[in-house]
Write a protein that binds this ligand. Structure first.
Ligand SMILES: [Zn+2]
Length: 358
């Protein structure tokens, strides 16, 4: 039976139905980090055009940037910026006719107050509307011992469940520039729980968290944030399958009981994306490739009309350049660049034409 959902922000039972449809249909959704309304609107435009559902998320830095770098209280800026993104999507997703999942990205121990501040916001919103502001949040305490990680995840999940919200956790560390690891990954590291998630840890997480609510797992299988020269990293999606199999076997569950998340999706070859999706990945984070798509498209505008970005009126021939430096021209070009690259990601993930929105 095909599930249909009302366009808008998808939370609670509907979010779980959306994940189930992804896994059953053998596709995944791109999760896009937004830092402003340009990329945000480009994502909604692309989702509507490609008839794909989509996940909109922000990092703590992105949330702060959305509120504005001029806001001096950084904690407040993180909370209000993310809240502003959420309100924007609640207002507009339905108008675009799309189903959007709203999520926040990595939060380490220092950023737990950010997540708690956002749950406060969802509680207030829930009181007024019966819905939370966000579909889910992420806690990334993967740098800490497993039991410390899970204890805090359990505390936060207990706050989320009554609101119909989910929690994304991380087991094992995604490498990359922002994490300070990744370049030194090598063949011999498969047993290293820091770099490659151990199935036993996933089983432990399942046992602690599944009685408390709905959670998803960002597992490390050699994935890194950012895009690097080929050869640095060995992706091993089989780790995802091994985790699924261990949990299913131990608890006598259907195949692929876990809802998995693929961090650091930018720059991943298509065959490895397909393999990971086949093992129950329903969400792939794509940030770096879209950052580049935006910069690339804006740069093309500047390259094409360099004088319009230097002079309001050309000193040589008195030509006015207002129609070129109008931000709606070059920012729009950036939006189209993002939308085009995102549609390619949706094709890679198999989500084009699969929207549940009706
Ligand atoms: Zn990540």
């Amino acid at each position: 039976m095909t599930t249909h959902l009302k366009p808008g922000v998808v939370t609670g039972k509907e979010y779980r139905q959306l994940i189930a449809a992804c896994k059953e249909g053998g596709y995944a959704l791109p999760a896009v980090n937004v830092v402003g309304t340009n990329v945000l609107n480009a994502v909604m435009e692309c989702a509507a055009k490609a008839k794909s559902d989509v996940i909109i998320q922000m990092s703590n830095g992105g949330a702060r940037f959305f509120a504005g770098e001029g806001l001096p209280d950084q904690h407040k800026a993180r909370v209000l910026g993310a809240t502003s993104v959420a309100q924007h999507v609640h207002l507009l997703a339905e108008a675009y006719g799309i189903c959007a999942v709203l999520h926040t990205d990595h939060a380490n121990r220092k950023l737990v107050p950010w997540v708690d501040g956002l749950i406060d916001q969802s509680e207030m919103y829930f009181e007024k509307t019966g819905k939370p502001l966000f579909s889910s949040h992420m806690l990334d305490l993967s740098a800490e011992p497993l039991e410390d990680n899970l204890k805090e995840c359990a505390r936060v999940l207990k706050r989320l469940t009554p609101l119909g919200m989910s929690l994304e956790i991380e087991l094992g560390v995604t490498g990359g520039e922002e994490d300070g690891i990744g370049h030194e990954l090598s063949e011999g590291d498969v047993g290293n729980p820091k770099l490659y998630t151990q199935p036993e840890d996933v089983l432990r997480a399942y046992e602690v968290l599944s009685p408390l609510g709905h959670f998803t797992v960002a597992a490390s299988f050699g994935n890194v944030h950012g895009v690097y020269a080929p050869g640095n990293v060995k992706l091993r999606p089989i780790i995802l399958k091994n985790s699924q199999d261990l949990v299913a076997k131990t608890h006598d569950l259907n195949a692929r009981p876990l809802d998995l998340v693929f961090h650091g999706g930018s720059g991943t070859p298509n065959n490895l994306i397909r393999e990971a999706v086949g093992y129950g990945v329903f969400k792939m984070n794509i940030d770096t490739d879209l950052q580049f798509a935006l910069a690339h498209a804006v740069a093309a505008q500047v390259d094409k009309n360099p004088r319009a970005f230097k002079y309001q009126v050309d000193p040589d021939n008195q030509k006015p350049y207002k129609s070129i430096y109008d931000p709606r021209k070059w920012l729009r070009a950036g939006e189209l660049g993002v939308a085009e690259r995102l549609e390619e990601a949706m094709r890679d993930l198999g989500s084009v034409g699969k929207t549940l929105a009706q």
